[in-house]
Design a protein around this ligand. Structure first.
Ligand code: TEU
Ligand code: CA
Length: 540
């Protein structure tokens, strides 16, 4: 499956940049990022080499989960601006050949969406837009605790927060409503959707689930046949009318389940975000973190590279902690380890996704107390852990290892921050003094410039886009793999540890890119976190 692909589409050869609007750029001093702020930074994204922008939610929302709880799919939240600002963003991005994909959050709505408000009346035509029961089953929420809450004498399902009631996808009216919303945005000129938790939207039955430590009930809603039918219908009735693509956020999928969602002949999604490489450093769930083991991680990456039809490659997003702090070393080898991780991101087979700030090596936040954290999930888990008598120290350690707020600190534009003239909605990391865009733009050896070089290298070497993938060496924290097609072979070598390591294979070839300015292999000792991209044949 990791084979060479004849042709590639614009979304397979594209470079995607994810923006978390609340934290990217504030333009009116209220401490909250907004659309005019994004417009003011389009030239920066153009210069970086971005061709597609993924916009996390900017719709009307009470922001219980920072917009992933939508109360009006067809209007822009005043925090972010107006529909005119959105139209201008689409236009100005288009002028710079940057396409925009929107976040499609259709597993649930906000409990303040008119549909849900009316659904509380048992006789309302909107009753069946949601999942109501006289008494709850034993399903638990992704954010912990029961997945049901009571209104009147009925209970409604919410797999996330209680302010995010799940839609009833067995109701054809729900399908009609969502198709209208997708046409609305595609007609505006957006180029596709990132589909939020799209593989859990169809609940086949509401029977009790097998008791589990987390996600009791998932066997009744994870990757159900009913979900595949919905995706085929949305493709046939909406997506096929536009030059647009879909990337699904698909929790807990296996390679086979992913291929069932993305193989062209299935006519469902174009690619998916899988999570296995994001779960190698945990036991059961992310709150029980374990030491990151590169060998284990690279074997997962290699499996997906070899067996998934296509990959949506990412190391960060708005739900994950910062990669240089997690997979790299933000203390002693910040610059070089960030560059090593970038080398992997841009030389793997699949579409690369950059999360805002990753291109300058932003680290986890420097939070000091729970008051600094804003994320509904972090506060919920902290409350539950408190009830389970986890000590304050243990709870804080869990937060500092896994809170999503590490990804949500304001973008670091200059040594004073540069995100807002007001008071930011969440604290800016004080290391903006030394990690910021302005300084890295001026320093040609910076992480930012290294991203530009990798993006350029990818554009100049088709083999990096659609060449086959073959693992060569995955031991001793050294990851070596080949990308090849009929007329080119590129070898990538990454030392994912802070130890000097002997190069375990003989190799000669032309060094295309190195994060330590290596030009040849006279010295076969790999430096800590060293990465090399070479164009040559391997001598066995
Ligand atoms: O995330 C779904 C999801 O997988 C995460 O919630 C993940 O399980 C969690 O962070 C693990 O800790 C999507 C969005 O990306 C996320 O921001 C939303 O909170 C969630 O859906 C609900 O819309
Ligand atoms: Ca603002």
């Amino acid at each position: 499956m990791g084979d060479y692909m004849e042709t590639t589409t614009w979304w397979q050869s594209g470079i995607v940049y994810q923006i978390y609007p609340r934290s990217f750029q504030d333009s009116n001093g209220d401490g909250i990022g907004d659309l005019q702020g994004i417009i003011s930074r389009l030239d920066y994204l153009k210069e970086l080499g971005v061709t597609i922008m993924w916009l996390s939610p900017v719709y009307q929302s009470p922001n219980d989960d920072n917009g992933y709880d939508i109360s009006d799919y067809l209007s822009i939240h005043p925090d972010y601006g107006t529909m005119d600002d959105m139209n201008l963003l689409i236009e100005e991005a288009g002028k710079r050949n940057i396409k925009i994909i929107m976040d499609l959050v259709i597993n649930h709505t906000s409990d303040e969406h008119p549909w849900f408000i009316q659904s509380q009346d048992k006789n309302s035509p909107y009753r069946d837009y949601y999942i109501w029961k006289d008494k709850p089953n034993n399903w638990t929420s992704f954010f912990g605790g029961s997945a049901w809450d009571q209104i009147g004498d009925s209970y409604y399902l919410h797999l996330f927060s209680k302010k995010q009631p799940d839609l009833n996808w067995k109701n054809p009216k729900v399908m009609e409503e969502i198709q209208k919303i997708m046409h609305f945005w595609l007609k505006k000129g957006i180029a596709g959707f990132r589909c939020d938790v799209i593989n859990i939207i169809y609940k086949t039955t509401l029977e009790n689930g097998k008791k589990r430590f987390v996600l009791t009930g998932k066997e009744h809603y994870h990757s159900q046949e009913g979900c595949h039918e919905i995706l085929r219908t949305l493709r046939k009735n909406v997506m096929d009318y536009y030059d647009a693509f879909t990337v699904g956020e698909t929790v807990l999928v296996s390679v086979d389940q992913a291929n069932d969602l993305i193989k062209p002949e299935r006519k469902e999604l174009d690619m998916v975000f899988s999570f296995e490489h994001m779960e190698t450093d945990q036991i059961n769930n992310k709150w029980f973190r374990t030491k990151f083991k590169p060998n284990k991680w690279m074997k997962v990456i290699s499996k997906w590279q070899e067996h998934a039809h296509w990959n949506a490659n990412y190391l960060e997003n708005h739900d994950q902690t910062r990669s240089v702090s997690r997979f790299g070393n933000d203390k002693d080898y910040h610059d070089i380890s960030a560059k090593m991780l970038a080398t992997i991101l841009f030389t793997l087979k699949g579409t690369p996704y950059i999360y805002e700030g990753q291109e300058i090596g932003m680290t986890n936040g420097d939070f000091e107390s729970m008051e600094d954290l804003k994320d509904v999930e972090s506060h919920r888990i902290n409350d539950i852990a408190k009830k389970l008598h986890f000590t304050k120290k243990m709870r804080w350690k869990m937060m500092m290892r896994s809170s999503r707020d590490h990804a949500r600190t304001p973008m670091q534009w200059n040594s004073d921050g540069g995100f807002t003239k007001g008071t930011p909605w969440i604290r800016i990391n004080r290391n903006t003094k030394v990690i910021n865009v302005e300084e890295q733009l001026e320093n040609s050896h910076s992480i930012l410039h290294f991203y530009k070089k990798l993006i350029q290298l990818r554009k100049e070497n088709q083999v990096l886009i659609n060449g086959s993938f073959k693992p060569i060496y995955m031991k001793k924290n050294i990851f070596i793999y080949e990308r090849f097609n009929t007329n080119q072979s590129i070898i990538v070598i990454c030392n994912m540890s802070k130890s000097y390591q002997k190069l375990p294979i003989n190799i000669n070839g032309k060094v295309l890119l190195s994060n330590v300015n290596r030009n040849d292999f006279m010295d076969s000792l790999l430096k800590p976190y060293e990465s090399i991209v070479i164009e040559r044949r391997i001598e066995s």
